[in-house]
Design a protein. Structure first.
Length: 434
């Protein structure tokens, strides 16, 4: 009898162990799809030089398909954010990401820029739900106490995806055909989404779903139930998250794009060495997301306060670089890596954790998709803004380059500092209204 009771007491612990293992597997499966999508997104940008050579086109012409990618990606993200609660995310993942892997392989078969533009636009549409969908799935199945772990894992997907994009592209060029990279990236992406599909199926059967993002109904004076409006805290925080996503791309994207140019133009570094720096920069700044996770791992820490810790520290770097960027290559590289690391930490606070701090009023997937749409706007602005800067302001380009960073950081610091006061004012006004 005693033995039977012991078995009965141990059974639940085995079940919990299985659930924890499945939660970890789900996080890693989401990570795999995200990393593969980042790799596939970056492949064409890395191969732009080879595309211009192969098709004898200008940089502007070769860059047009990438612009179309961001346009369709932005529009599709907004639509995904609106309708995410009405679709089956598991099936959506399988269909759209599988389609994007096929479209990526089709890039290798295109024979003109018109064909390439159409295919890249389709890839933008099918990429719309990857990051936002992953956040939605994590908040649906992963307990809150495991969110810090999930963020730590997911944060490595972006740098690893970029690293693989450069690595695969270099291998393809070494083999004599840039199109090989599209075949490889498409195959990897397809394999990861099939893995995620299997894992989600197991999660549906074995894990409890966490219902978030649903506002409670209230009873109006006429006796009918009505849905509450969004709180001042959500409205202001949501606005800050979108602006933070845009600001992050303005502060981070130019580093990876123009850092090699700095070392070549100011220090005479061979281009092959500068490319190696670009290859390993995403890995060098990997500590940033983990720092952000450490600061924000407790949900009671306001994301705006945590964000300002990283922004204030990051502000020092471009200020110093204004005076040393052409004087000392070692110090310039160190400050650049430190700056990029701190900015990644800021993005973890103002991006992932921020969405989870307000997802009781809108699901994290929708919030993330709207934020990504804001980030996409910056992705479209950066090439034009900084391209014009280096084309027409050559003598003062790098000074303006760092002044832009300083301006964006100061703006975000002031926004984060003012937003809590605005929330309190709006809440008092809401309470005072009859």
């Amino acid at each position: 009898m005693a033995r039977r009771e012991t078995v009965q007491r141990e059974a639940p612990s085995v079940t919990e162990k299985k659930k924890r293992r499945l939660v970890n597997l789900l996080v890693w499966a989401c990570w795999a799809v995200y990393a593969a999508s980042m790799m596939s997104k970056k492949i064409y940008a890395v191969e732009l030089v080879e595309v211009t050579k192969a098709w004898n086109t200008s940089n502007t012409q070769a860059g047009f398909p990438l612009t179309c990618y961001y346009i369709t990606y932005c529009i599709a993200q907004i639509l995904f954010a609106i309708y995410i609660k009405k679709i089956n995310v598991k099936k959506f993942f399988l269909v759209t990401v599988s389609a994007s892997s096929v479209f990526l392989m089709l890039v290798a078969l295109t024979q003109s820029l018109t064909q390439l533009t159409i295919v890249m636009a389709l890839i933008g549409i099918t990429h719309c739900g990857i990051w936002a969908g992953a956040m939605y799935l994590i908040t649906m199945f992963v307990p809150e106490e495991r969110h810090g772990y999930a963020v730590g894992v997911m944060s490595t997907g972006f740098p690893l995806g970029n690293f693989l994009a450069y690595l695969i592209s270099a291998g393809a060029v070494g083999l004599g055909n840039w199109q090989y990279a599209c075949w490889a990236a498409g195959g990897i992406l397809l394999a990861t989404v099939l893995l995620l599909f299997v894992v989600i199926g197991k999660a549906d059967k074995n894990l409890d779903k966490i219902d978030r993002g649903t506002k409670e109904s209230t009873v109006a004076s006429n006796g009918k139930r009505k849905k509450e409006g969004y709180s001042p805290n959500f409205i202001v925080s949501f606005t800050v998250i979108i602006l933070a996503a845009l600001a992050y791309q303005m502060m981070d994207m130019p580093i990876g794009t123009y850092l090699p140019k700095l070392f070549v133009s100011e220090f005479g570094m061979p281009e092959s060495y500068s490319i190696l720096i670009s290859l390993f920069l995403p890995i060098a700044v990997l500590g940033g997301p983990f720092l952000g996770t450490a600061v924000c791992s407790h949900r009671h820490v306001p994301f705006m306060k945590a964000s300002n810790l990283f922004l204030a520290a990051a502000l020092v770097c471009p200020v110093i670089l204004l005076f040393v960027y052409k004087v000392n290559i070692v110090l310039t590289l160190f400050l650049t890596v430190l700056y990029a690391t701190l900015i990644r930490g800021f993005n973890t606070c103002a991006g992932t954790f921020a969405t989870w701090q307000i997802d009781s009023e809108m699901n994290a997937g929708s919030i993330t998709a709207f934020a990504n749409a804001g980030a996409t706007v910056a992705c479209a602005i950066v090439p034009m803004l900084f391209g014009y800067l280096f084309d027409h302001r050559a003598s003062s380009a790098w000074t303006i380059f760092y002044l832009i960073f300083i301006g964006v950081i100061v703006f975000m610091i002031l926004l984060n500092a003012f937003a809590p006061s605005l929330i309190r004012i709006l809440e008092k006004k809401k309470k005072a209204d009859p």
